[in-house]
Design a protein around this ligand. Structure first.
Ligand code: XMP
Length: 513
């Protein structure tokens, strides 16, 4: 990557958001630990450095502090929140505990319209604050360029050195014009071009994959999810038939899922696709099992067995490709009071064991999810795959409550297909995080035609979420719910009742098991 902005992470919950905002400006960004030596940073030739926020106080004994030499690299620096306090700490200002915590919305008044960060922006801006400590004396060479009710140093600048400090958070959506402030920093101050596009990335990545793989063969576990699909399409473009994709049908997939994968990757892209039909194996192992965690364990282990056997059949292969993303490999920094640095494990690998003796190819490992989707479109993958909703590894087994039988799966699959179809027709499917059907192990009495029925119950689950960690249930229109309910009770034998799940997460989870 030629031009880039380095973000030093001091443990802010928003560090990844900063990185994404910069990339939305078509500029590459990298997150590094707060204490990365300045010499190492200099080697990357950054166009600018951003000091993230963080939960600590600069005066705390265990405060995360950067290498002092970063201030002498001659590179523009933007300090956000805790980042501002670092200027004070290192360049001679003063930070004190604020009289009151400044948290939430505030109004910023820009005093000096000549400050490059506020170019083409109004004099009054809505901003988002989240800080307790506050700057009370400016660091040497700095002037105040904007104020809030609570702070006369809400934005500060050392124009000569191109150092800027913002007490508020420009990266969050609650600072509506924040993206323009970041744009002003990366393009206006750091003079970055707009070289980070998925088209450029595609060309560069193809060259890198070819250099890494040479004439060797690569296998990839293709689930049909966004990450493995984009990784497959990218690798195929780079190395063609040297790539073999292994697709395991575990019998727990949704309607037409296996067919779509064969159609798209086999027939359209003409990839070498090794289709492993293992439905019976999984369903036999799951027979009579009702405990959700046991279901997961059985499915996880069976997947490893099937995948390992499949790789043996694939012949001599040197590389295993994985759809690892950037958030999976960013190293967490020690947060105040929790000095143990947590290194995130590569959880994106479908739980494959470490003893599989392959070298790894991870062509998406510096991309965020939204970039992976853009890359997928660039590679010609259909919307159905690029914008696919998350689907759990254990598949319908955790949406078929209680024991999992082929009959129940058939009912669930048909009902789920109706939910998805109607959501798409209403133009709502791709606007929700997840929408699906859950088969409840509850039978109730109904009347259909002149007949009394005693059938299963189906729950509809539709949630909005950013990352699956928290979620809210979607207020679907009544007429859509009515249509879904009518179609399900009319078209799917074995169901006579449809209910709607009105639980957010917390206290519920998104899946029912
Ligand atoms: P929960 O149900 O915990 O789900 O609120 C959060 C997100 O994770 C997905 N999920 C899983 N994904 N294997 C997976 O690969 C699993 O066992 C699993 N369980 C839940 C779920 O669909 C949601 O997006």
């Amino acid at each position: 990557m030629n031009e880039q902005i380095i973000i030093l992470d001091f443990g802010s919950q928003y560090t990844q958001v900063i990185a994404r905002r910069i990339r939305e400006c078509s500029v590459y960004s990298t997150i590094l630990r707060y204490d990365t030596p300045a010499a190492e940073i200099a080697k990357l030739k950054p166009s600018g450095i951003i000091l993230s926020g963080g939960p600590s106080s600069v005066y705390a004994a265990d405060a995360p502090l950067p290498d002092r030499a970063i201030f002498a690299l001659g590179v523009p620096i933007l300090g956000i929140c805790f980042g501002v306090q670092l200027f004070a700490q290192f360049l001679g200002g003063k930070v004190e505990k604020g009289q009151k915590r400044e948290y939430g919305k505030g109004t910023l008044t820009v005093k000096d319209g000549a400050c490059a960060l506020f170019k083409k922006l109004p004099r009054q801006l809505q901003v988002w604050n989240s800080h307790g400590d506050k700057l009370t004396k400016l660091p040497k060479g700095f002037v105040s360029v904007a104020v809030t009710d609570n702070s006369e140093f809400a934005a500060i600048e050392n124009r000569q050195k191109r150092f800027f400090g913002l007490q508020f958070h420009p990266e969050v959506v609650h600072t509506p014009r924040g993206k323009e402030i970041i744009t002003n920093f990366v393009h206006g101050v750091c003079r970055c071009g707009k070289g980070w596009t998925m088209r450029n990335y595609l060309e560069q990545s193809i060259a890198e994959i070819r250099a890494q793989v040479g004439k060797e063969r690569v296998i990839l576990g293709l689930s049909g999810g966004v990450d493995s699909s984009v990784a497959a399409a990218l690798l195929h473009k780079a190395i063609g038939d040297q790539l073999t994709c292994i697709f395991v049908n575990n019998g727990l997939l949704r309607a037409r899922e296996a067919e779509v994968v064969q159609e798209v990757f086999g027939r359209n892209f003409k990839m070498k696709l090794q289709y492993e039909e293992a439905s019976n194996l999984f369903l036999n192992k799951l027979r009579g099992v009702t405990d959700p965690e046991r279901k997961r364990k059985i499915i996880g282990k069976a997947f490893i067995d099937v995948f390992q056997a499949a790789t043996k059949r694939a012949g001599k292969v040197k590389f295993l490709a994985q759809g690892t993303l950037y958030p999976d490999i960013i190293e967490s920094v020690p947060i105040a009071g929790n000095p143990a640095a947590l290194i995130k494990s590569h959880h994106n690998v479908g739980g494959l064991p470490k003893n599989m003796k392959f070298a790894l190819v991870e062509p998406l490992k510096c991309l965020f999810k939204d970039e992976v989707r853009q890359l997928g479109l660039e590679l010609g993958l259909p919307k159905e795959i690029v914008y696919r909703q998350p689907f759990p590894g254990p598949g319908l087994a955790v949406r078929c409550l209680g024991d999992v039988t082929p009959e129940k799966l058939k009912v669930l699959r048909r009902a789920d297909a109706i939910v998805v179809e109607e959501m798409k027709l209403a133009d709502l499917y791709y606007k929700t995080w997840q929408t699906f059907a859950v088969l409840l192990p509850v039978r109730s009495v109904g009347v259909q035609g002149d007949e009394r029925t005693y059938d299963w119950t189906l729950a509809i689950r539709a949630v909005e979420s950013q990352d699956g960690m928290t979620a809210d249930w979607v207020r679907l229109p009544y007429d859509l719910l009515e249509k879904i309910s009518l179609r399900i009770t009319n078209e799917v034998r074995g169901l006579n009742r449809v209910v709607l799940d009105l639980t957010s997460k917390p206290p519920g989870t998104i899946e029912w098991e």
